[in-house]
Write a protein that binds this ligand. Structure first.
Ligand SMILES: [Zn+2]
Length: 80
């Protein structure tokens, strides 16, 4: 128990820095993903997305980044 807490204290600064880096990277990734989303056609409802998708032979999917619907030509979509 005491060894663990000492190790924790020792690693605290490193962990803090790593956490900050991870946070920065995840924000950058989110921004990148969001930019990708902005370039795609967005739909607020699955109904609209499906209707458009059927017309042009694509498939609608719910985006985990912007929480809207996009169209894709991919046939298989794994669960997010
Ligand atoms: Zn999106």
């Amino acid at each position: 128990m005491s060894v663990q807490s000492k190790t924790k204290k020792f690693n605290k600064e490193t962990q803090k820095k790593e956490a900050l880096l991870e946070k920065k990277e995840s924000i950058e990734n989110k921004l990148k993903m969001h930019n990708m989303c902005l370039r795609k056609k967005m739909f607020w409802t699955q109904f609209d997305a499906d209707r458009r998708a059927k017309k042009i032979g694509l498939r609608a999917y719910h985006c985990p980044n912007c929480f809207q619907f996009h169209l894709t030509s991919k046939k298989m979509i794994t669960n997010f």
